[in-house]
Structure formats: C-alpha cells, structure tokens
Design a protein. Structure first.
Length: 318
C-alpha cells in the first residue's frame, strides 16, 4: 500500500479518488512548518502540495518519496535541485486551470478598461448626473494584445481575445510560428520591441532567473500611455516598485495583478494603494469548477504514476 501525504487541503473530489482506492493510504495536513513536514513525509511514497514551500531539507527527509504532485502549474515553491538529485518525478495539473485563469484575465482587463470601480461608485454615491464628467472608458475592439507565454493558458486566452476582435500577438520562443498562426495570433521574436506597440500585455510565463524583474522601469517607459499590463502568472516577473512608479508618472494606463513577489504582500506594498491597479489574491484559478478539476488531477497524477500510465505532458523536466 502506497502512502500519500496531502500537504494543504484540496477539493473533496480529489480526496474521494484516494478514499475509493484500497491501494493507498493518505493523510491531509495543513501545518506547513518544515520540521512538521519532515516528520510526516519521512515514510511517504508520494506527496501533493499547493502553495507552501517544499524545501530541500523536507525532501531529503523523505526516504521513500518518488513523486511530488503540484496542485497547479507553477512549481517555484519546490526545491527542484534536491528533487532532481533524489530522482523524483514532479507532476503538475497541466490541463485543469487554463479556462479559469484566461477568464480571470479578461475579467481584470474589462474592470480596468471599463473603469468598473469609478462608474459603479458614481451611481452608488448618488453621482449619476456626473457621468459626463467621468473619464471615458476604452474598447477592446481592434486593440493590440501581447500574450507573453503561450502554454495552455495563453492558448485559452487567445480564443477569448479573438472573441472581442482584438489583434493578438504572441511572444514565446518555445512555440512554433505555425502553431501561433493556426490559433489566430502573430508571433513576435523581440519582446522589448513588441511591447512598444501594445495596448494590452498579459504575462503567462514561469518565474526564472531570466524572467525575474523582466518588466521593469526601463521597459515600462517604452510602452504606450494607454497600455494595460496584466500578471496572472508569477509574482516577481514585474518589478512592483517600478510598476507603481510608472503608473504614478502616467507612463501606462493601468495594471492588473493577481500574483505578488511576496504573498501575502506587505501592507506597505505601494500597489495596494494605487488606484490604477486592479488586484486579486492569487485567485485566478479559484472557480468552483477549476478547483474540482485541480483536486482530481493532482491525485490522479499520483495514481497514474504508480500505475505507469501518467501523461508525460504533465511531467516537469528537472
């Protein structure tokens, strides 16, 4: 019987897969203190994890561990070097969250472009007659959007952008031009040049040494003044202080941020008080439907691994 440690709660639909399979025993833990996890993981064959850190020390303490299943698609919370050294398999829920995240991007984009808070507050505050004095909103029709990162989420987002009749450009060195054009986009090879002509930029790339602080003041000041930038990928890709400065200097129109360099963000993070920013608490995937899919896929990846039938597209190359 395989022993599974479920680190942080997942949807009951995922837990049911374990309850209904006599080949597995499991425990769900909410305490993510490293010392506690070391005591719990030492005899486990597999572990699932959401957003907590899985450090090298915890992984080293797991004598029988063979696979880690990440509840999500990012894995910067897992010590990859130690995982590789210990010959572990790392799986992600590759097919679960594309619709939810791409819908959330459109939700944030529309909130900014249509000045949702300002217009909503005007009516609720009894200022309906001030409507002609309010700043105008902008249309998405015909606007240039750059999707930076064209995995499953980017490929889900392009469908929604085309539905609004936007002109879609894609930056992703790892995706062929033919695939991008097949889905209705135009491939760009130079990110720094591409951002100069974009009305919207949506980030969908992992956080790496190359992408950390990729969107900084020097790049922001080359963008159009009506540009809206959206990050529903990973905190740290946008330099947060630089973004705040660019917004305050009216270098771009607005920003939508679902992810932060530090989560939760400190109270003195300037973006929390910037009225040109629309924020959400790393919740782009938090639809009921998506959480159900993610919970099931997280556990199914573990089961499929031990039954030697896991989809290789869900395995991260360490």
């Amino acid at each position: 019987m395989k022993k599974i440690l479920v680190i942080q709660s997942i949807h009951e639909a995922g837990i049911e897969l374990l309850k209904n399979n006599s080949n597995y025993e499991f425990e769900v833990v909410e305490n993510v203190d490293p010392e506690f996890l070391k005591s719990k993981i030492k005899d486990c064959d597999a572990a699932s994890i959401r957003t907590a850190k899985l450090t090298g020390d915890v992984i080293e303490a797991a004598n029988n561990l063979k696979i880690i299943s990440r509840h999500g698609v990012g894995y910067d919370n897992i010590d990859l070097e130690t995982s590789k050294k210990n010959n572990l398999t790392l799986a992600i829920t590759a097919t679960a969250n594309a619709v939810a995240v791409s819908e959330h991007v459109m939700f944030m984009l529309l909130n900014i472009s249509k000045r949702k808070s300002m217009y909503d507050n005007a009516v609720k505050d009894g200022k309906f007659s001030d409507r002609n004095k309010l700043p105008k909103t902008v249309e998405l029709w015909g606007k240039n959007i750059l999707i930076a990162g064209f995995g499953r989420i980017g490929q889900s987002l392009i469908k929604r952008c085309l539905g609004f009749e936007m002109k879609v450009f894609v930056y992703d060195p790892f995706v062929e031009k033919e695939r991008i054009e097949e889905l209705g986009g135009k491939k760009v090879d130079d990110l720094k040049e591409a951002v100069k002509t974009m009305d919207v930029i949506s980030l969908h790339m992992p956080l790496t040494d190359k992408t950390e602080n990729l969107i900084n003041y020097d790049l922001l000041k080359t963008m159009k003044k009506n540009c809206i930038i959206i990050n529903a990928a990973r905190g740290g890709i946008i330099h947060e202080e630089d973004l705040d400065k660019a917004l305050n200097e009216n270098l771009i129109f607005g920003a939508a941020i679902d992810v932060f360099k530090k989560e939760p963000p400190d109270n003195n993070n300037p973006l929390l008080k910037n009225e040109k920013v629309f924020l959400s608490p790393h919740a782009a995937a938090f639809t009921d439907e998506c959480m159900t899919r993610m919970g099931k896929e997280t556990i199914q990846n573990l089961i499929d691994f031990f039954e030697n039938k896991i989809d290789q597209s869900k395995i991260v190359k360490l």
